[in-house]
Design a protein around this ligand. Sequence first.
Ligand SMILES: [Zn+2]
Length: 143
Amino acid sequence: MIYDLSREERRHRAIANEKPAPVLKAQLCACGKAAPAKQLAQHGKCVACLFAARVATLQDDDLDVLHHMLGATSHHPQSRWGFRNQYLANRRDLAALDRLVAAGFVRAGAALLDLRYFHATQDGCKLAGLNYAAMTRTQGARP
Ligand SMILES: [Zn+2]
């Protein structure tokens, strides 16, 4: 048997050069759930807590506006929710829409005279309780 030293040496070098397997450094969020260390370093909270913190900036009536925007109300069967994704703001809704936009659940769209259309973002759809299919429908049907 011929002992191929150079081949053996290459093999050892290759092993030495292998990067260590990525270690998933999970830490605990304040809520008690494990979250990637990078997530906590960047945001200080797990994804669920970040979402909850955004929801906490809203007022109760803001959700009515969001649901109405998406047709996600008791007037429509739940299977139809998300058949629309637009809302022409009334002056009295502007404070609610400001909060929804600031929290990332709604984005401003086209202006119509001195009014403006608003549309729910993906996170807004999630907050309104739309399932994945309905959410996809609303994002595809953007005017
Ligand atoms: Zn958390």
